[in-house]
Structures are given as C-alpha cells and as structure tokens.
Design a protein around this ligand. Structure first.
Ligand code: ATP
Length: 312
C-alpha cells in the first residue's frame, strides 16, 4: 500500500544549529503517528518541511506517493495542516470563518455549505456555528482551526500541538474527533509534548530530541526499551542538589534528574525495592518527605533515552 505520508533523510540547519537531522518515517492510511518531544526538539521545523512551508536542506517528502518538491500543489492538496498559531477572524461567526477558508481552497459554493455542516458536526461546534468567533474559548477556536484544515477532505491531517492552551471540554472533543477521523481511514501526524495524548491517539510514536528521532515504534515496543526500570519520584527537604548526586551513586539507579525545587525523578531497575537505600543515601543532605513509584510509560522511555524529562 502507498504510504499516505512518508519522509526520509529530512534535515534542516539554522546557521550552526542543527534543528532537524535525518528524520524519516512513514504513515499508512488509517494510522496515527505521534512525534513526541520537548519544546525545541524540532517538531515544528519537521512539520513545516512536511507541509511545504520550509524547504529542507536534505531529504524527501512524499504525500500519497507524490513528491512534494516536484509537484508541490498536487502533494499539498492531499494535506490538511493545523498550525500552532490560530489565525481566524473574530468578527465572523464560526461558519463564516470556515466559509472563508473553503473559498480560499477554491471549493465550489454549494458543495462547501454541505461540507461546512459536516465539519461542524465533526468538531462538535454545530450548535455554536452562528455566533461570532470572538466569543469562543481558545479551545473552540482551535476546533475551528482543525475544521478549516478538514474542508478539502485531505488524506493526511498534520497537527502541531493542537491541545496547547485548550480547555478540558475542547480537548476531549478534539481527541475524540481525531480518533473518529483515523477510524475512517485518515492518516494523522500528531505532535505534542503531552505523553498521555500521544499514548491515547497514536498507533506509533517517534521520540524526537535535539532534532533527531531517538526511537520509534508502538507504545509497547518503546516502553520495552526501558526494560524493567521503574520511575521513582522523591520529594526532598534539604540540599536537593547534593542529594541528587548521592542518589545517582546508588547501585541500580540509572539516572536521577531534578524536576523541581524539591523534587527528583530517577530510573531504577526494581525501583520499588530500592526505596530504603534511596532514603539512606540522602541522609546528611536531605530528608525524603514523599515518594511515588511509577511503572514504565512513554515518559519513562523518554527519560531513559534522553536523560531529560519531557517538560523541563
Ligand atoms: N527560524 C529559525 N531560526 C533559527 N532557529 C530556529 C528557527 N526556528 C526554529 N529554530 C530552532 O530550531 C530548534 C527546533 O525548533 P522547533 O520549533 O522545530 O521545535 P519544537 O519541537 O517544535 O518546539 P516548540 O514546541 O517549542 O515549537 C530550536 O532550537 C529552535 O530554537
């Protein structure tokens, strides 16, 4: 089967900074692929190259087998792109905003009215369609943004952190809407630094850090990379930096990083059995006031592979 979207050897530099290096993956119709990485990892730069907004220094992008560099219009017509920034008209209603974008895509007037009604249903905003956009919450505006990207029935939908700054109700509507689209055969590229969303929406995930894909696979494949290691979170009272150094030296501890003024997160094989040793190790520097042991998930995989947390 021809991939809905594939790329290989993608690279981009900004002066001396390597923003993206040798990124490649392939997404089948009906598959949701996640790019998971912290701010600055290179997600937006990668997406900008995939949608034809930024010319790659190296590599190729194929949309449904069509080469983006050779046939940009044909390739782009198959993509729906939802950027991070919202660019809509506050004085127009939700429906009028969609109409504006539909005309921009050159969709015929009559077909457009029907399509707008379908899209409004899909994004769960049919009942608010005729009120001015200026009265919408951030999450509702984001849903209109997603609707605009769907009007021309793209085969691939690319979303750049679609739930940042979004209220819980809209977040739920967005995630459910995306799951329905994927169920109907759309290919999805979803970027986020929210591990729970990527775990929920995506069949396959690439972990991206400093512009490189450090691992990719199904959730299960990625989590198995951590082996049996648990994540242990400690809240400490005292000299946290010195305590962190002591924790790193405890046998069985793979990494220990500070995650806040008084908190440390570490990875350890059989972490739950190490708690007494951890508490003893920090004695003289700090007291452990709370502990939590978490079994491996994508966040743990990320920490294991990169030595940093997703949100620092
Ligand atoms: N136009 C630019 N000029 C110079 N450096 C840039 C430019 N755009 C991005 N960068 C740098 O490239 C790196 C990757 O940025 P990018 O925006 O792709 O990351 P990201 O993972 O999307 O993060 P965010 O979620 O914050 O957008 C960062 O170090 C960023 O500062």
């Amino acid at each position: 089967m021809t991939a809905a979207l594939s790329c290989g050897g993608l690279g981009k530099r900004y002066g001396d900074l390597v923003a993206v290096h040798d990124v490649g993956f392939s997404i089948a119709p009906g598959q949701a692929y996640g790019l998971l990485g912290p701010n600055g990892a290179g997600k937006t730069t990668t997406i900008s190259m995939l949608v034809g907004l930024l010319r790659p220094d190296t590599g190729t992008v194929l949309v449904g087998g069509v080469d983006l560099a050779r046939e940009p219009l044909r390739a782009k017509s198959r993509i729906g792109y939802v950027p991070q920034e919202i660019a809509l008209y506050p004085e127009l209603t939700g429906r009028e905003n969609l109409r504006f974008f539909g005309r921009l895509f050159g969709l015929p007037r009559r077909a457009l009215a029907t399509r707008i009604a379908e899209v409004l249903d899909l994004i769960g905003l049919a009942d608010r369609a005729d009120t001015k956009l200026g009265t919408y919450s951030g999450g509702m505006k984001r849903r209109i943004n997603i609707g605009a990207a769907l009007l021309h029935r793209p085969e691939v939908l690319i979303l750049d952190e679609p739930t940042v700054g979004v209220d819980p109700q809209s977040r739920k509507a967005i995630l459910e809407g995306l799951e329905r689209l994927v169920g109907d055969g759309m290919a999805l590229l979803y970027t986020s630094h929210y591990m729970e969303e990527v775990e929920r929406v995506c069949d396959r995930v690439a972990i991206i850090d400093h512009g490189r894909i450090v691992a990719d696979g199904t959730r299960r494949e990625l989590v198995s990379l951590v082996g049996g290691a648990d994540t242990v979170e400690l809240v400490l009272d005292g000299d946290v930096e010195a305590a962190c150094a002591k924790l790193r030296a405890v046998e069985g501890v793979a990494e220990a990083v500070r995650t806040g003024a008084a908190s440390v997160r570490l990875m350890a094989d059989g972490g739950r059995y190490l708690l007494p040793s951890l508490i003893t190790a920090v004695e003289g520097h700090a007291t452990v006031t709370a502990t939590q042991v978490i079994e491996p998930d994508l966040e743990a995989t990320f920490l294991h592979l990169t030595g940093t947390t997703l949100r620092d």
